[in-house]
Design a protein around this ligand. Sequence first.
Ligand code: UDP
Length: 329
Amino acid sequence: MKSRAQNILITGGAGYIGSHMVRLLLEQGFKPVVFDNLSTGHKEFIPKGVPLVKGDLRDPAAVRRAFRRYPVSAVVHFAAAIVVPESVAEPLNYYENNVSATVNLLKGMKEAGVRRIVFSSSACVYGNPLKSPILENEPLKIENPYGATKVMVEQILGDLARAGCIDFIALRYFNVAGAHSQGGIGIKMAKPTHLIPNVMRVACGLKKELAVFGDDYPTKDGTCVRDYVHVVDLVEAHLLALRALAKGKVKNEVINLGNGRGFSVKEVIEAAVKVTGRPVPHKVLPRRPGDSVNVVASYAKARRLLGWKPQRGLDTILSSAYQWECAGS
Ligand code: UDP
């Protein structure tokens, strides 16, 4: 690998969002290099010809070796553990996987002279927000160890930027869903916890019934409201962030990524029935502990700083999720 400019290190590049990023970078003429320990990622998600460094960010030597072997101009850091209840049960794993690992990555970048990083943060840094839509300057609220790791890494990135060591953009994702239109990559979990994969599994008969967790919330129909953003729109924002960092136009910012529209659980079910033409039998169960009531983004900052505007609405999210979840059934 000679020219460093087009080479981008993608941590977690074998995972759901990371693999969509890798495809987009290839389409745009970049040379992605994937760093992944394949604990939750999938080797088959990595296109032929894209180098895979099978390594663990918790291992500083592995990180150092990767930077030595592959000179890169920037890092997009997706690798993380992401299951909130698991973070409550095993906090140390989360601090190691999400915080210590990121510190190792940042040390590796420093040694290799790589300044630019795009980081996957999350709307969970707002806790159970009172305002809707949410702007980036809302106060942060830690509600579980997973959320704490995202707040901590944002803090670390801010400190390093203030010390003049890095240029970063942290992207706060709202509810990411959907899959690539050409297939082959998507959310792959034995037992997904997220709403849309579960709705689709019911629609295609892989699961008998959907559990609706609570219908007594103070929302339009009593079920929780979320802002669903298509994974392809999401990775397009990462590309814009990489380009903005490279130009020095935007740096050291936290930016929301959502569609700016809220849908309740019931609305998602109704839309899924329309899009798929299949019934989605469901029953109401008690509230799931820890769920926020209403989480909707303002993406005005992403639009202003990155020129990003989501192109895909709920129907496209649902039809692509249906294709992915139900391929072959
Ligand atoms: N939800 C549900 N049934 C499911 C999965 C999720 O009713 O099988 C609800 C959940 O209680 C929440 C919303 O759907 O109100 C979105 O949950 P998800 O896990 O997809 O994302 P979160 O916002 O929790 O990260």
